[in-house]
Design a binder for this molecule. Structure first.
Ligand SMILES: NC(=O)c1ccc[n+]([C@@H]2O[C@H](COP(=O)([O-])OP(=O)(O)OC[C@H]3O[C@@H](n4cnc5c(N)ncnc54)[C@H](OP(=O)(O)O)[C@@H]3O)[C@@H](O)[C@H]2O)c1
Length: 314
């Protein structure tokens, strides 16, 4: 595989950290754009990657950052906005995607890998609706695009296993909205592999790949499984929709908005996929059950080390 100059947006998050390490290890030259490098400085960035502070909503700045690149990868996505109008989602998903495609054209970059989500354009949530709008922008762009649509992604430091483990740690009873919603969790290394394979493969141009794992599990069963792996006795209590909606409303007042009415709407649609994009790319999907104990175990020991360190500081 030839070395490429790759610019990544949204590369400071969970997926970006894994993807960038892998791409650097493959010998590519990475430039990671970030709105707020200071917030992410301590976290990572392997040698061989360059960080660039950039207002990604400034089209001219984007075009400058893209100049000379072979590939742009857009990983930007949000699960929640401030307010409830949908404007925050529209800005981060469709408007930013429009700016990215325009900047690619201006800078002469043909290849664009775009991270979307399963069910983009379906259902009632602003999240999924604007994901669909962004895909429409990409498909109209005349670039050599590839779109990836993952179900929920699991792996070290993810927002799935780690998040529910921390919630379960805090409470003996966990009331759960949309507890019957189904997922096909996909392993982060498989997601990264999909991006890597797409980079150099012309057959992936103008293709959409659903990325999902081989096991389908409801939210309720997943949360119960996490409690079981941790050896904790917990009551996971599915809420009827009316109460789930109220839980979402209340959670919007908690700093960081851990759950929202828009999330509630997104969870009305199972995140399970239909055409196996990993197999299309020659990747054998990793089952969640083969990794869950190790991931929760190692995350827990990390947490314990951190707790010990904090106690020492007090
Ligand atoms: N994790 C999953 O289970 C999952 C499932 C399906 C789809 N996806 C999609 O995969 C992509 C990566 O996911 P992730 O879990 O790595 O996300 P993440 O950890 O939240 O990181 C996303 C990055 O996007 C940038 N960003 C956040 N809000 C932004 C905004 N309003 N405008 C512009 N940039 C913003 C941030 O970079 P800076 O602060 O450095 O600018 C952040 O590091 C996202 O598009 C996500 O929706 C993820």
């Amino acid at each position: 595989m030839s070395s490429k100059r790759i610019v990544v947006l949204g590369g400071t998050g969970f997926v970006g950290r894994h993807l960038i390490s892998r791409l650097c290890a493959e010998g590519h030259q990475l430039t990671v754009l970030s709105r707020n490098l200071d917030a992410h400085l301590v976290r990572f960035l392997p040698p061989g990657s360059q960080r660039l502070s950039c207002d990604v909503y400034d089209g001219a700045a984007l075009a400058r950052a893209f100049t000379g690149a072979d590939v742009v990868i857009n990983l930007v996505g949000i699960l929640n906005e401030s307010g409830n109008s949908g404007q925050g989602f529209r800005r981060a998903h469709s408007e930013l995607t429009y700016l990215v495609t325009s900047a690619c054209r201006e800078a002469g970059v043909k290849r664009l890998l775009h991270m979307s989500a399963l069910n983009a354009g379906r259902g009632q949530s602003h999240y999924l609706h604007t994901r669909g709008e962004a895909e429409t922008v990409i498909k109209a762009s005349h670039l050599d695009w590839t779109i990836f649509q993952p179900s929920v992604i699991f792996g070290p430091d993810d927002g799935l296993l780690t998040r529910f483990r921390e919630l379960l740690r805090l409470t003996p009873v966990l009331p759960l909205a949309r507890a019957e919603c189904k997922f096909a969790p996909v392993y982060i290394k498989d997601v990264v592999e999909a991006f890597v394979r797409a980079l150099d493969n012309p057959a992936t141009v103008r293709q959409v790949y659903e990325l999902y794992g081989p096991e389908v599990i409801s939210l309720k069963k997943l949360v119960r499984r996490i409690a079981q792996v941790m050896g904790w006795k917990r009551l996971v209590l599915p809420l009827p929709d009316a109460l789930g909606w109220m839980q979402a409303m209340l959670a919007e007042w908690i700093p960081g908005k851990p759950f929202s009415r828009d999330n509630f709407r997104s969870l009305a649609t199972d995140s399970v996929g239909g055409i196996d994009g990993l197999h299309r790319l020659g990747i054998t999907p990793t089952p969640l059950s083969s990794r869950i104990e190790r991931l929760l175990g190692s995350a827990d020991s990390r947490q314990k080390r951190l707790d010990r360190y904090r106690r020492q500081l007090q």
